[in-house]
Design a protein around this ligand. Sequence first.
Ligand code: ZN
Length: 262
Amino acid sequence: MSGASRDMAIDKARDILAEVSRVVALTGAGISTDSGIPDFRGPQGVWTRDPNAEKLSDIRYYISDEHIRRKVWQDRLHSPVWQAAPNAGHKALVSLEMQGKLDTLVTQNIDGLHQLAGSDPSRIIEIHGTMREAVCMSCGARSPMQEILARVERGDGDPHCEQLIDGRACGGIIDAATISFGQNLVEEDIRRAENAVRMTDVLLAVGTSLAVYPAAGLVPIARSNGAAVIIVNGAPTEMDDLAEVVVLGSISDVLPLIVEGS
Ligand SMILES: [Zn+2]
C-alpha cells in the first residue's frame, strides 16, 4: 500500500468511526507484536519456522507427556509476555473506550495487554483465554500464573495442583487458562462476542489475519447485520473483500491516527 493510499484509507476509517456510536473491536496477535510478543502463526512465527513447536501447545501431548509439560513450563517462565508493555495500538482502543464508543473488545490474544493498557476488563472477551491465570485440569481451581511460575522457578518443573480436597492435595495437572489445540472455545464467550457484533455499528478488526474461526466468522455476522467493517493489519487478510476499508501498516502507527478525534 502506497503512502497516499494508506492516508486515504486512514481518513476513510476515521470518518466512519466519527459517525457511529457503537464499535466492537476484534484484536489478534498483530496488535501485540510491537510490544515484543512474537506472532506464532505469522510468516515469521515460531510454528511456521518449527512445525514441532505446535506439539507444545496441543492439549493431548500436554496431558500425556511430562517432558512436554516441563518444556512448556520453562517456555512460560521465560515468556516475553512478562516483560511486555502495552503499545500505542492497545492505548488507541482505550481512547476509543474513553470516547464512549467501544462497546466490546474481543481478543484472540492471551497476553492480557489490553487490561494492562487500561481497557475495562468487563468489556473484554478473551476467546482464547489468558496466560495470566493457571487452572487445574482436574478440579478446575484457578490461581495467578505468577504463583505457579514461582514454584517452577524454585525447581518444581511439573507443578501439580495443591488444592485440598477432603484433606488431600488434588494433584491434578496444571495448565495455563488458555485454549490449546484440541480444546473447544468457551461457548458462552463466543455467544457474547456474536451478540455484541450483531448490535454494533462498526466491527474494527485489528492485527488478525481473520483466518481462524470462530473469530473470523464475526466479520460476516457484522456485515449481515448492517455493520461496517474496518480492517487494520500488517498484511492482507482473508476477509478484506467484506471490509468497507482496509488499512495496511504498522498497527501502533496507524491505529492511533484512525481513533484520534473520531
Ligand atoms: Zn486441582
